[in-house]
Ligand binder design. Sequence first.
Ligand code: GDP
Length: 444
Amino acid sequence: MVFEGLADKLQQTFKKLRGRGKLTEADVNEAMREVRMALLEADVNFKVVKEFIAKIKERAIGQEVMGSLTPVQHVIKIVNDELTELMGGTQSRIAIASRPPTIVMMVGLQGAGKTTTVAKLANLLVKKQSKRPLLVAADIYRPAAIKQLQVLGEQLDVPVYAAEPGTKPVDIAKQALEYALAHTRDMVLIDTAGRLHINEELMQELKDIKREVKPHEILLVVDAMTGQDAVTVAESFNNELGVDGVILTKLDGDARGGAALSVRAVTGRPIKFVGMGEKLDALETFHPDRMASRILGMGDVLSLIEKAQSAIDLEQAQAMEKKLRKEEFTLDDFLEQLQQVRKLGSFEQILSMLPGMGNLKKLQDIEFDEKELVHVEAIIRSMTKKERRSPDIINGSRRKRIALGSGTRVQDVNRLLKQFTEARKMMKRFQEMQKGAKKGLGFK
Ligand code: GDP
């Protein structure tokens, strides 16, 4: 997870201060020295770090501490505020045109994740804002980029405009606009051509497209793994072409996070979205305040709740509750529930958003094993319908067959059945307690 190193160091620094009732100037200076080191190690731009530390010191020293906070909490609050400010303060949205279609031009170097991000953004716009996007395949230089976009469009059920081979990118973009108008698509996302490096030809081509189609929004896609290079790339694109916002990809990897903390300060342009994985649903709106809280170990419960709301189907949840009440909860339902939880992301991702949980995954003996979930799924899928409904009939020979079919061991099947029986028992007890409480009998 990105920022892991930085988060660890900052949290350690503040932990050291925690025992003190009053902070002296020397305490603050020492803490700030550590914060500076941690930021530099996270590959944050040198100038940005210098200004950041100066601001915090100015606010932390010689200021009245707010009544409800301890001196240490006060310093943490200042660091949290300033980190948020550094990343842009508030969330930055895409400008939507008053008259559709809204034209979004996606630019970036080859390999940054531009094509993938075009598809992810379309997915987000469809799911969250009920938009009708059109994807435009204008990256004619990277072999296979057009095909890649077509495949992604098909997966999302979103149309992709591709022109005859040999058509110039600027003409592709113009034709796509006409297509969007004719087919009432309200957002046009143009996947422009990248290059391995910034060069004259690339910039000229992008400027031509900008002049001809007048995009409402130019979004630059940069790879967070490239650290300060990402910031330099952003600076060049912004100076040459002008960009409205940045999308930082590959934040799920072990990038040290420097780019996320420097882009805004260096270019003056906000990060609007971040890529958190290769899958099409792995694009998140960037919230500076939530990211700052995550770095400081205060958790990102809001993002987690949002994730849960979009991943969990309310109707399904209600149906499940009814089944529980009627005691019809089967292995099929068990599997369905597990899958709902998995939609939230990996356990590691979920844990990293909970306050104070950042360090939890270091505990090796904690059983949050992704593989185990895959096993559970395979085991249940190897059962017959009847077995899933009435697990009691699963005798020794059936267990052997199920283990063989799912590529697991009989012990694994046994364990799963036991877990299921326990879960069902617990639910039953819970139901009885609720009934009892309703009758005014209280809990047993
Ligand atoms: P383009 O040349 O800029 O169009 O790059 P692509 O869209 O083809 O992406 C390059 C590679 O980066 C692909 O393998 C993508 O799956 C991967 N990628 C893109 N975004 C992310 C991300 O947020 N996280 C991870 N882990 N991989 C990403």
